[in-house]
Design a protein around this ligand. Structure first.
Ligand code: COA
Length: 134
């Protein structure tokens, strides 16, 4: 259909989330989880795609990264939102064990609100992770 494969977009989301998290952590990170990802509209082959990543919540070793994806026709035209995801990255040492990271510096009211929302999502992830059937 001339659209970009969804799995390819997920791959790129994972990469930009890794870059944002490892810049903050100043060490390697692993992807711990992907929240629900909605593809809001198709990306056409040839579109210019923009990935924007922001840390919304930081725990001890985990970081929630909000990735927003926008696309626009390569010959001009409006950029449109095509998807977003919350990715949890965990900072690890050389043996793959979680290591603490610096706290997130929150400068605006919006950042503080997003941090609180992120904290709630992280608690929900923890709750559902531990309540899964064996
Ligand atoms: C992510 C990983 C390092 C966590 O290790 P662990 O021994 O379970 O460590 P802990 O239980 O102490 O959790 C460490 C942190 O990760 C978070 N975490 C662990 N599993 C998680 C999950 N599935 N989703 C979100 N956060 C998770 C914990 O909440 C904790 O956060 P905090 O330090 O901010 O409190 C480990 O599960 C792992 O290596 N997973 C594979 C990662 C990977 O290979 N990804 C690529 C897939 S191909």
């Amino acid at each position: 259909m001339g659209n970009v494969f969804g799995g390819h977009v997920l791959d790129e989301i994972d990469r930009v989330a890794y870059i944002a998290a490892s810049r903050h952590a100043r060490t390697s990170c692993v992807t711990a989880s992907f929240d629900r990802v909605d593809f809001l509209s198709p990306i056409h082959v040839g579109d210019v795609v923009d990935f924007d990543a922001e840390l919304t919540y930081v725990g001890t070793s985990s970081m929630e990264v909000w990735v927003r994806v926008r696309a626009e026709p390569s010959h001009g035209g409006d950029a449109r939102p095509v998807g977003e995801a919350f990715v949890t990255m965990v900072a690890v040492d050389a043996d793959g064990r979680p290591v603490p990271v610096a706290p997130l510096v929150l400068e605006s009211v919006e950042e503080r609100a997003r941090f609180e929302e992120g904290r709630r999502r992280m608690e929900e992830r923890r709750r559902t992770r531990h309540s899964r059937p064996p």
